[in-house]
Design a protein. Structure first.
Lengths: 353, 164, 468
């Protein structure tokens, strides 16, 4: 018989490396027509970082995403980057890109200021224009300024910057310190059906409420959460590398190492929590890894809610759940008629002192 | 060596290769059609999916002798000179692909489905993609895009996506 | 705008002469004429837009070139021989028969690598194992041949004489100092971390209830759809270009410089397109070996891992053994928590130090706990090296602390949502390392998720689900 249960889990996760320096550098060049190029050493591994970095650069310059071309991942042509790891790209490389764009923008402001009859500090960049704050009608197209910068002023608008999160080393004895620049938070709630005769667990629905600071691109955040939840389901229910007694791999293949297919993943609902981090680019933090952190716990808690067995080791395969159900049945005294639930505190894993 | 002649994306192609060559290797190494990918080479992941005589197949499991005289559609043959296929348009619009490696296989599995079933349910779409592994996306936006493409191909409006 | 699906016509077997006619002219364009820039990419302000990805269009057209899609003139294909034994001394490696095979152009072993060790922190990992094998997926030799098939066959001809040793597979065994060291004479415990604040024993004494729980997680692998791959080629000025799936090219260049003993200015690493990483492609693998094969042969050399090698010879997620003890008031407020973590650190250190640190720091959960003692160990075992994988220990400890939290909630008869709201961080809360936290929204995420899901309070805690 299928029994339905739901379980929740919340989590926190840091952005960047633990204490250690993990800088990123970036270069932004504005072309003579107001479009731009971003040079970054980061690697696009599928998460969409190059689009995010283009959006951040575009925002700083007041132009559109498509106006920014991103060149990446070439040690000859792009500045150093600690890499696509630890969910750091939006925060660290994003900050570097924004700061580099800002430097290029300030050159444009220096060039535009005398042309608009104001000081450089009175200027803003938005909607492809450089204009006087409070007087949008006094403006020049960014392309005209950029062209003037090269052809007349001899000041090509180019900016180079780097960023490293602020941390404080941890005390070697107590571990106290400031290991990361910022953290993200999330909650996931899973709904499952557990077949109490076979132990099979089916995930029906996951609601994932994630903090990423400002969502630079909500569509890409959703994609990361959906992918992370799928990976979390695999971690919770299906995946395991097995070794024999001699340490040789038993299942180094996709036939016997089961990853979630479209048939295993449920309806995933993504909710982005309103949040703003002043230390991140336009308030952004990051989202890549946190997405799979709470999934297994939410599912384990849902299994407990459904059939009252606490699975304490992953993966919660059907065999494991089945064995736990059998053990539970053997433990319970036979009750006739009442069907009353077991007393609180009677779960296998909670010892009351 | 085995001689094989077949139609690939509407064009007759020929090659002379060892008989144990798979369709996947034929497409990639001989015809330079690298859209079909090698993910596992044993038919577990679906990254090599192409359409042979209207059916989606794991091209790593077909030997060249089995495709003699047949019609193969690869991802490179999906768009026309004028248009992206509706699936390609909507996969782009919904952000359905991330690293993209599973993309050609998924899109072709979806095409085979829509050719047969112009109005598939979510479950039918999940079934059709069951042999295509994706590690990046969780399949959610793929299903949205396939549903949307089905609408376009039926001449209907694509429903707006529900965002976070 | 409706678009008719393409109809594929079956060839008529009687029309043999058609098949033999010259091929029809292929479309001359490489992309459709209708190439429009999506509206959403042209919007300002740019931040907050659901901008489509530029690579998304290329992916859908099948035009994205991953490393295995790249070809260079005269390119060779390389394969790596895997040890197949978990722990052994290498007495000798005989490559003569392999080298003599027609089509094999070069074979190298660990002794050919100028500086045969690397690693993000401890440099304990060899490019190719030369004297010792520490896990069954260790590479012991690399072959470059004119086809992948020949390279694979050549691996069989390489004879390795092993003195097989008893492997250590259980991390708890490895933790016992008496166990012979996996990397002897170095200790098995290669990382240790403590986080300590307040007085946890006093907190337990003052608690209304103390709960204990033990949890374990398994070794899993990233399974990127694209297996690891790289291509190495040199120019006449002694500069090597390596196309790689590496996620960290600056570090990669430093590692190649170090292992090959050449200046960084002579190395170019390009990693423009990757089919998934998830942490498994964050250190070098075969790049130095491929560079050497390319140098030896004077030709570009490509190496693509098989799916099996992705499991046996690339990094995996640390299995964790986690023991929790938590003291609470009867209302469910956490007064103290004690945690012990043992990380199965596999054959080599890789990213274990980072994982150890993060797991330890995160292990208490997003909760205000004034009295805390968390201790974590990472130990060597003779299994696949454990390294960076999406979350660095966080998914494992979250499984533990959130399962534990629900156990406590049930025992006390409290709604799992309420107990979390009672204990969770607020803006300005102090973390386990006493860092003042900013932009904290864990309670918001709890409430939003609960609302969106329709969490209807303490319906659970009975252990009996609602039934379908």
């Amino acid at each position: 018989m299928k029994r339905r249960g739901r379980g929740m889990a919340c989590m926190w996760y840091p952005i960047g490396f633990t204490v250690a320096a993990n800088p990123s550098a970036a270069v932004v060049k504005v072309n003579e027509d107001g479009t731009a190029t971003l040079l970054t050493g980061t690697v696009e591994t599928g998460q969409g970082s190059l689009t995010i970095l283009a959006q951040i650069t575009a925002q700083e310059l007041g132009i559109a995403t498509d106006d920014v071309h991103v060149v990446s991942a070439d040690t000859d042509a792009t500045p150093m980057d600690t890499g696509a790891i630890a969910s750091r790209t939006t925060y660290v490389t994003g900050n570097a890109a924004r700061m580099a764009a800002e430097k290029a923008k300030l050159i444009l402001f220096d060039v535009a200021a005398p042309l608009l009859g104001v000081k450089a500090t009175q200027l803003e960049a938005q909607d492809h224009k450089i204009f006087v704050k409070g007087f949008p009608q006094r403006n020049m197209h960014i392309g005209d300024v950029a062209n003037h910068a090269r052809v007349v002023s001899g000041q090509p608008p180019i900016g180079s910057a780097s960023f490293n999160p602020e941390t404080l080393a941890l005390d070697p004895e107590t571990g106290q310190g400031k290991p990361f620049g910022t953290y993200v938070y999330a909650t996931q709630i899973a709904e499952v059906d557990v077949d109490d005769e076979t132990g099979e667990v089916e995930v029906l629905r996951v609601v994932a409420s994630h903090d990423c600071g400002t969502a630079i691109n909500p569509m890409l955040v959703e994609g990361q959460v959906e992918g992370g939840v799928a990976m979390g389901i695999g971690f919770a229910l299906e995946e395991e590398m097995l070794f024999d007694a001699n340490g040789r791999h038993i299942n180094p293949n996709l036939t016997n190492y089961i990853v979630p297919t479209s048939l295993d993943t449920p309806e995933i609902e993504v909710d982005i929590v309103d949040s703003y981090d002043p230390t991140g680019p336009f308030g952004a933090k990051g989202v890549g890894e946190p997405t799979l952190v709470p999934t297994a716990a939410a599912i384990a808690n849902a299994i407990y809610d459904a059939v009252g067995v606490r699975i304490t080791s992953l993966p919660a395969t059907a065999e494991k759940v089945f064995k736990a159900l059998q053990a539970k049945r053997e433990q319970q005294p036979k009750q006739i008629g009442t069907g009353a639930p077991p007393a609180a505190g009677a779960s296998n894993n909670a010892a009351v002192q | 060596m085995a001689n094989v002649t077949l139609k690939v994306n509407g064009e007759t192609r020929s090659a002379s290769v060892p008989p144990e060559t798979t369709l996947l290797r034929l497409l990639r190494d001989q015809f330079n059609l690298t859209g079909a990918k090698l993910g596992c080479d044993v038919g577990d992941c679906g990254a090599c999916t192409v359409i042979v005589d209207g059916q989606p197949v794991n091209s790593c499991l077909m030997l060249v002798g089995q495709v003699e005289g047949r019609e193969v559609l690869t991802i490179e043959g999906l768009a026309t000179a004028d248009h992206l296929h509706a699936l390609q348009k909507l996969f782009e619009h919904f952000g359905s692909l991330q690293c993209g490696f599973c993309g050609p296989g998924v899109i072709l599995s979806a095409k085979a489905l829509l050719d047969e079933n112009p109005d598939p349910s979510t479950q039918e779409i999940r079934d059709a993609l069951g042999g295509n592994l994706c590690r990046c996306t969780g399949y959610t936006k793929m299903i949205e895009a396939i549903k949307g493409a089905a609408c376009i191909l039926r001449g209907e409006e694509v429903p707006a996506v529900k965002s976070a | 705008m409706a678009e008719k699906p393409k109809v594929i016509e079956k060839p008529d077997v009687l029309e043999q002469p058609d098949i033999l006619k010259p091929p029809a002219v292929a479309p001359l364009v490489t992309f459709p004429i209708e190439v429009v820039v999506p509206e959403v990419r042209q919007q300002t302000p740019a931040v907050g837009q659901r901008a489509t990805r530029a690579d998304g269009r290329l992916h859908g057209l099948g035009q994205t070139k991953y490393i295995d899609d790249m070809y260079f003139p005269n390119m060779l294909f390389a394969k790596i021989k895997r040890a197949g034994v978990a722990s052994a001394r290498i007495k000798s490696i005989d490559t003569k028969e392999a080298e003599a095979m027609p089509g094999v152009v070069a074979v190298i072993t660990g002794s050919d690598i100028p500086c045969n060790s690397f690693g993000p922190s401890l440099k304990d990992q060899p490019v190719l194992a030369d004297t010792r094998v520490f896990h069954a997926g260790d590479g012991v030799a690399a072959v470059a041949a004119v086809t992948e098939q020949i390279a694979t066959e050549a691996l069989e001809k390489i004879k390795v004489d092993y003195e097989v040793l008893t492997p250590v597979l259980d991390p708890l065994e490895s933790l016992k100092l008496a166990t012979p060291g996996v990397h002897a004479p170095s200790a098995n415990i290669y990382g240790h971390k403590v986080i300590k604040k307040g007085d946890v024993e006093k907190a337990f004494a003052e608690s209304d209830h103390v709960f204990e729980g033990s949890f374990r997680t398994q070794m899993v692998e990233h399974v990127p759809l694209e297996p690891y791959a790289c291509i190495a080629q040199w120019d006449a000025n002694g500069r090597v270009t390596i196309y790689s799936t590496l996620g960290r090219i600056t570090l990669g260049r430093a590692d190649v410089a170090r292992t090959l003993g050449i200046p960084m200015s002579r190395i170019r690493i390009v990693a423009t397109v990757v089919g998934g990483n998830f942490g498994g492609k964050n250190e070098i693998r075969a790049e130095p070996a491929m560079a050497l094969l390319s140098k030896k042969t004077g030709r570009p050399v490509k190496c693509v891992y098989t799916r099996a090698e992705e499991f046996t010879s690339s990094t995996t997620r640390h299995p964790l053994i986690m023991d929790y003890k938590t003291g609470v008031t009867k209302q469910g407020k956490i007064l103290g928590r004690k945690i012990r973590l043992v990380l199965d650190g596999g054959a080599y250190c890789s990213w274990s130090e980072t994982t150890l640190g993060k797991a330890c720091i995160l292990s208490a959960g997003p909760y205000n706990i004034e009295n805390l003692y968390a201790e974590a160990f990472v130990v060597y075992t003779n299994k696949t090296m454990t390294g960076a994988m999406r979350g660095f220990g966080a998914p494992q400890v979250c499984f533990a602390y959130e399962s534990h939290m629900d156990d406590i909630a049930k025992a006390l008869g409290i709604d799992p949502l309420e107990i979390r709201l009672l204990n969770a961080f607020d803006e300005g809360s102090l973390s386990p390392t006493s860092q003042k936290l900013h932009s904290v929204v864990v309670k918001e995420s709890l409430l939003r998720a609960a609302k969106r899901f329709g969490w209807n309070g303490i319906g659970n805690g009975t252990g009996n689900g609602n039934g379908a």
